[in-house]
Write a protein that binds this ligand. Structure first.
Ligand code: PLP
Ligand code: ZN
Length: 388
């Protein structure tokens, strides 16, 4: 581990990683870990990686957690980057890939963030962890907290997919259902956490979930022979994966592993909850809360994200963009991908496939480019969506 300190992404203030931290206490924006990358690069080389295990902890030098501590791990990361063979051939997509995150523990990429967040929280002495979740974050926290021997307190909107709620309970978590949105759940935790002794592991409100998720970027580069794709489509809720990958690209450039070229990053949201799309189109630097947020893609039902300004900056810097997809289109595409490719994707992943068509007809991407979609979860958690 070469972690040196935490830095506020907005005001630049430095914080000590040896204590539990949430947001910047001055400006209330996310803190990011910083590493001594020159030191990391002495043992972490592209060649050294070839001999390591497939879990995301293979990038240990650029992850938090001192070397003497054992990570809380269930074998997360190391998911396949699969070619999309049949789907989209008629549209001319000839170099389309999907990173299948459904193959993580608890069937979503939330496992990546939770392995690092729970490992650090345990190391720094937290006993009770709390999270608001409209879906997969809850299941992942429940699993990693159980593994770590810590308590998990999970606040979910009462219309969260049943599989997520049952999963959390069976993994031993304390589940509270709220008549409201994920933002309401977050407010409940914020109000009670001090009295209850909970450590809040909300996405980007503690510094380490983004570190687990950034390994999406490391894996993508490694699996593509260190050539990043032309375009990335990412189903965006809190945006942690998008923000994390961008951080990984900068770190890999500093390590001398990749050059300056970056993929064009596209944020895909649901038409019923598209705060980033709206802010991107309006040319704004931050996104206002999206009113009456609704979508079956529960991972995308985030009406207000604390990392909005980071996402918007990345989308613009990369020359990418943001696009919204209707729920009906997600559900339709799910079966197309299922029957053509053998993957039962989550609606969030399906949204990216649906977005491809629109981006193509808008001229934002060309079908011959190397395109990577993130299927962030499994359709098996969303059975309610497919009953008819
Ligand atoms: C949480 C989640 C998302 C959104 O991820 P962020 O990194 O918070 O934007 C997308 N898809 C699925 C399946 C999720 O569970
Ligand atoms: Zn700050």
């Amino acid at each position: 581990m070469s972690l040196t300190n935490l830095r506020c992404t907005a005001c630049g203030l430095l914080y000590d990683w040896r204590q539990l931290q949430n947001l910047c206490t001055v400006c209330h924006k996310p803190l990011f870990p910083e590493y001594d990358l020159a030191a990391a690069g002495r043992t972490l080389t592209r060649e050294a990686l070839q001999g390591r295990g497939k879990s995301l902890w293979r990038y240990r030098e650029v992850l938090p957690l001192p070397p003497e501590a054992e990570p809380v791990s269930l074998g997360e990361g190391g998911t396949p980057l699969l070619p999309v063979i049949k789907w989209g051939k008629n549209l001319g997509f000839s170099n389309l890939w999907v990173k299948d995150e459904a193959q993580n523990p608890t069937q979503s990429f939330k496992a990546r963030g939770m392995t690092t967040a729970v490992s650090m929280a345990k190391y720094l002495g937290a006993k009770k962890l709390a999270v608001p979740s409209a879906g997969n974050a809850g299941g992942a926290l429940a699993a990693y907290a159980a593994r770590a021997g810590l308590e998990a307190h999970i606040f979910m909107p009462n219309d969260t997919p049943r599989a997520n709620i049952i999963e959390c309970r069976e993994l031993g978590a304390h589940v509270t259902l709220i008549n409201g949105l994920i933002t309401d759940c977050g407010e409940d935790i914020a109000r009670r956490k001090e009295a209850e002794g909970w450590f809040d592991v909300s996405t980007l409100k503690e510094p380490y979930r983004v570190e687990g998720k950034k390994t999406l970027g490391y894996e993508l580069a490694e699996q593509s022979d260190w050539q990043l794709p032309d375009v990335i489509l990412y189903p965006t809720g809190g945006g942690t994966g998008l923000i994390g990958m961008w951080k990984a690209f900068d770190e890999m450039e500093a390590l001398g592993w990749i050059g300056k070229k970056r993929p064009r990053m596209f944020s895909v949201q649901a038409a019923g909850c598209a705060p980033i799309v709206r802010a991107f189109e309006a040319g704004e630097e931050a996104a206002s809360e999206f009113p009456n947020a609704h979508t079956k893609a529960s991972g995308l039902r985030v009406p207000k994200a604390v990392g909005d300004f980071l996402m918007l900056r990345i989308l613009r810097e990369s020359g990418g963009g943001a696009i919204a997809v209707e729920d009906e289109a997600m559900i339709r595409v799910t079966r197309e991908i299922g029957s053509a490719e053998g993957l039962f994707v989550a609606p969030e992943g399906a949204a990216c496939f649906a977005a491809l068509r629109s981006l193509c007809s808008l001229g934002k991407i060309t079908p011959e480019e190397r395109l990577v979609i993130f299927n962030t979860g499994s359709g098996i958690k969303y059975l309610e969506c497919y009953q008819s």
